[in-house]
Design a protein around this ligand. Structure first.
Ligand SMILES: [Fe+2]
Length: 138
């Protein structure tokens, strides 16, 4: 199974955000592991529940940080989060409904894992850079 591996190219430099991103990667890898295995629907539901809950928690925390710093890109960034939360919810229903088919697993990679990688590298890096600049300015 191809898993997502954490490396320094994913580090924003913001401690809370990075710690939570690592946890999200672990949640995605655990989900993929369950999808590829023979563990049954109960285990799959558990992994999906965790991913949904943790995604909501992480975005909530990250958005609070953005508000604290009056991040000008906040509305757009929040919109990306909302879309992703819906993607995870939608895939959750389909995975539980029809089981982890090869096609759905591919979607977990592209719409969840790969999405997160690119969101971090583009949007969250932009956010971290803005926060750093605020600190230097004050
Ligand atoms: Fe984000």
């Amino acid at each position: 199974m191809v898993a997502y591996r954490w490396d320094s190219t994913l580090e924003t430099g913001h401690e809370i955000i990075d710690t939570q991103h690592k946890q999200l990667f672990e949640a995605i890898n655990n989900l993929l592991d369950t999808c590829h295995g023979e563990k049954g629907s109960e285990e799959l539901t558990k992994k999906l529940d965790f991913l949904n809950t943790y995604t909501i928690k992480h975005f909530f925390d990250e958005e609070r940080i953005q508000q604290k710093y009056h991040y000008p890109d906040y509305p757009k960034h929040k919109q990306y989060h909302e879309t992703f939360k819906n993607t995870v919810k939608d895939l959750t229903h389909r995975l539980i409904w029809s089981g982890p088919s090869e096609e759905l697993i591919k979607e977990v990679y592209s719409s969840i894992g790969d999405w997160l990688v690119s969101h971090i590298k583009i949007q969250d890096f932009k956010l971290a850079k803005y926060i750093r600049a605020q600190h230097t300015a004050s």
